[in-house]
Design a protein around this ligand. Structure first.
Ligand code: HEC
Length: 250
């Protein structure tokens, strides 16, 4: 029985249940209907992430269509390289990268995951927390660690914008054993953005990744509202019809 309840809960809360690693997650202030935010996020994704990460379930021209940008604008904003076959990348191509898995493994010690569905697998709040909680850790090969993804292999590629922060520890007494816990951060090297600017920048990026993971979600939600309105009106007719059918029976 317990197993079925768990399966039911997982079905109802998929993103939250997988993301629960015991880490406190900040709520991502995103609005999936805000197309300008998605556009800004797409630009940041192209500038800062797309050199390593693919989004191979998405085509460039779909982004143009969904955000209201022209294909030319998207080409200029997002296409910098040739495609996998060495030919000029077309606007209808999938968003693949040319980095091979072998190269990634030798450089980062791990493959670079495709980011098409990450927002669905991890949840927006996890992404928002992940991109804001890189911290200096001399024991890591990249010199950086992460709160949401301990011992992550990804370098802090947004370090120039956010700056570098180091953890502030508090020591807690766990039944006589002193345990150190990260309580907050302190900036050791300022970035080019203020904290508010950086948070807004990350929110746009997360908004884009949430769109990426399910491009039709705004249509799906709107459709749901229409279906409920239809059902409400249909209910009136169904009820009148039922009354008509049963009127001689009673
Ligand atoms: C220099 C290459 C590189 C760049 C640029 C880069 N990443 Fe990564 N990223 C990685 C690697 C490598 C991993 C795998 C880390 C691991 O498994 O330890 C990773 C992992 C991730 C993950 C975790 C995925 C998961 O579910 O496990 C997310 C999310 C992510 N990156 C987002 C981004 C975003 C957003 C950007 C742009 C701001 C970005 N990355 C830029 C190399 C990169």
């Amino acid at each position: 029985m317990k197993k079925y309840i768990l399966i039911l809960l997982l079905a109802i809360f998929p993103a939250t249940s997988f993301a629960s690693s015991g880490v406190h997650l900040d709520t991502a202030p995103i609005d999936i209907y805000d197309k300008d935010s998605i556009k800004r996020g797409a630009k940041s994704f192209a500038d800062y992430c797309f050199s390593c990460h693919s989004a191979k379930f998405m085509r460039f021209n779909r982004i143009a269509k969904d955000t209201g940008m022209s294909e030319e604008e998207v080409r200029e904003m997002m296409i910098f390289t040739r495609n996998k076959k060495g030919k000029a990348t077309k606007i209808g191509d999938l968003m693949t990268v040319s980095m091979t898995e072998d190269y990634a493994r030798s450089t980062f010690g791990t493959a670079v995951p495709d980011l098409s569905l990450t927002a669905r697998a991890r949840g927006a709040d996890w992404l928002y927390t992940y991109l804001r909680t890189f911290y200096a850790d001399a024991y890591r090969p990249t010199g950086m660690n992460n709160i949401a993804f301990p011992d992550v292999g990804m370098p802090h590629v947004l370090g120039q914008l956010q700056g570098i922060q180091k953890p502030v520890y508090v020591t807690e007494d766990h039944n006589g054993v002193a345990v150190e816990r990260i309580e907050g951060f302190e900036t050791v090297q300022a970035g080019s953005m203020t904290t508010e600017e950086y948070d807004a920048f990350v929110a746009d990026l997360v908004n884009f990744m949430v769109y990426l993971a399910e491009p039709v979600q705004t249509e799906r939600r709107d459709m749901g509202v229409y279906v409920l309105i239809f059902l409400a009106i249909f209910f009136v007719f169904a009820y009148l019809l039922k009354k008509e059918y049963w009127k001689d029976v009673h």
